[in-house]
Ligand binder design. Sequence first.
Ligand code: OFO
Length: 169
Amino acid sequence: MLDEEMANAINIQLNAELYSGYLYLSMAAYFESTDLSGFANWMRVQAQEELSHAMKFYDYLVQRGARVTLTEIEAPPTEWDSTIAVFEHVYEHEQMVTGLINKLVDLAISISDHATNNFLQWYVAEQVEEEESASGVLQKVKLAGEDSSGLLMLDQELGTRVFHPPAQE
Ligand code: OFO
């Protein structure tokens, strides 16, 4: 049985992962509206990843006999000033999520919940990848700058991204 405070914190993080998915779907819609379908594809895949992160928390709560409690998901922004601004937002958002995951780990350690700490290590590693991937695209977008042919090449590259569901342990 999961500690109540731990279960509540995981439910809050489940909501945060769903919000992340909502945010990236909103960014996908923004790129669809600017005819950058490759960028939109990258965001759609990102949103799918976030849903899988949420479901991993969902399944863990069920596995540990805790109740999944779904709550209201905040509306994400719908407009950004530029492609660079979108990816600056993505990078900042992922850094913020890393902080949330670290706080969950802190809580698990403070109550000697080694099983949850072990479970959370998957997210710790995942956040390293999330930050790397967000900052990687941000750097490329900055390099392309105002050069529309550079941006279109990048659009083609991001259009090839596909979703890989996380491996089942
Ligand atoms: Fe769930 O990693 Fe991004 O937010």
